[in-house]
Design a protein around this ligand. Sequence first.
Ligand SMILES: Cc1ncc(C[n+]2csc(CCOP(=O)(O)OP(=O)(O)O)c2C)c(N)n1
Length: 619
Amino acid sequence: MRYMEGVNSPDDLRRMNLTRLRRLADETRRFLIESVALTGGHLASNLGVVELTIALHYCYNSPTDKIIWDVGHQTYTHKILTGRRALFSTLRKKGGLSGYPKPDESPHDCFQTGHSGTSVSAALGMALSRDIEGEKNCVVAVIGDGAMTGGLPFEALNNAGRSNTDMLVILNDNEMSISKNVGAISRRLSEIRAEPAYIGAKSVARKMLNCLPIIGKPTGRAIERMKDAIRYALIPGGVFEEFGFKYVGPIDGHNMGALIRTLKNVKKLNGPVLLHVHTVKGKGYAPAEARPERFHSVSAFNADTGEPLRKERGGVTYSEAFGAAMIDLARKNTKIAAITAAMSEGTGLSEFQKVFPERMFDVGIAESHAVTFAAGMAKNGFIPFVAIYSTFLQRAYDQILHDVCLQNLPVTLAIDRAGAVGRDGETHQGLFDLAYLSHMPNMTVMAPKNCEELKKMLEFALTLGSPVAIRYPRGSLGVDLESAEIRLGESEKITDGADALLIFLGSMADVALQARDILKADGVETALVNARFVKPVDDNMVKMIGGYKRSYVIEEAVFAGGLAAAVIARAVELGVDVKGLRSLSFPDEFVAHGSRDEILKDHALDAKSVAERIKRENG
Ligand SMILES: Cc1ncc(C[n+]2csc(CCOP(=O)(O)OP(=O)(O)O)c2C)c(N)n1
């Protein structure tokens, strides 16, 4: 029998010796590869933390002790050890296991994550409130070196370092974000890992610490303080010590014995401690070790070769079209620059990076900074395009409002993954961007119906000389239609129809066209309009509503602040009767994981449901 089968909770781990724990790590790694090969999911980050997760659950008593996983994409071993191994065939499927920590799923998931950089703040909140209550549990944040390129972890370190509360931050340093990590902190970490002086200091410190009793009951605060002092004095942790953390490390994150020994020792230190663990992203699976960025998030693949089982749904993706259009634009205009927040691959900018390295900026996982950085460039005469996923741009609300819109700067936000993103679930749905953008003065908000129209919108953005947001979905959902010239605040009529009016926004073009065809076959003639603009919304389009008994606005976003809301607001101003208007959008709630098609169907936003509703209400 595999050791894995006998582990259904962290308690089962504590009955195992080191040899068995190591065997368990091997089995877990094998299981992860085979399981993710079938379902898809995040692989490389998970393979990197197998030993660390086992050691953490061995040394800490979850859920009484709190382990907070930054981003949360690396929690598969945590899920396996906390009784969810049998659910792995349902990973990221509708109704199945989430790909991220989810308190609804298990008491061991003590904090929901999905966006990077939140763990240290949350851990500090838990630690300080614990202190007020006089409770004794431990709080641990596990954060990657990629996440440390963001500002939030440093705000938290700054706050925690002076708090003197007992908490542990584990820095899981694998030298990678999704791609190779960037920036000064990353460089400093590699220096710490490499410098022999540090290694020497570490072994001196270890010898001295070994002379003192470290296992068993503490023998008094004096010894503890002395140990702390030795450690603090001899082991340089650079920036972390300045923040007021005791720095321990770097240690090998794949050496189970060292991990357990160190965690046990660290538990005895007082105040905030940062443990620097060095791991290998993709560890133990050759294809993932060789190309960790490709195995960061994968669809189903052949476990023997690492090759994908299916090709992605055909056609050029919006991200690819964006990247290609950017190269074209940058060739014609030397002031154009591209900015990404650690997602050059995902946003389609890898090729731009090669062609125009001096005009491409990967700022790390720092979306707020990306936007204000763009504002600075724009103020200096440049024309920056900031490519960020809809869900992550939520981070930059004030920077868009206060730094870009207030100064009316020519910054274009290229908002990728807008709409229902599917398997990543609640934390990643791109359903809120219209809501957070459409009320900003000076902002123009657009959405294209296909890649060709995206290119036209990017060109059009250049002519405006003011803030622009263009939102487009994941993949290649566009419809095969020509695009008329773009004019500010003008929609595009696709078909006439006397029975009902269906206005669609960007990514819902395919659903709208299919619904129109179903209705036509049933004898219902539907007029179709491509809204193009959410802000400014087209007055003529709004006025069309007055001519129909029933009209519909369909969009891949929440109702509040979206196209339907904008249409209604404008209709009130224009005196257009909107009694017959119906909104087909997402409700005021979080949308869980599932495929995009399933999510649309569950919200009656698929072509069949839309057609049935229009027919029912117009029959
Ligand atoms: C705010 C935010 N921006 C971007 C992402 C996309 N993202 C997911 S994981 C990741 C890299 C994280 O690197 P690191 O923290 O080092 O963890 P690792 O994957 O290396 O374990 C990125 C950029 C995110 N989750 N949150």
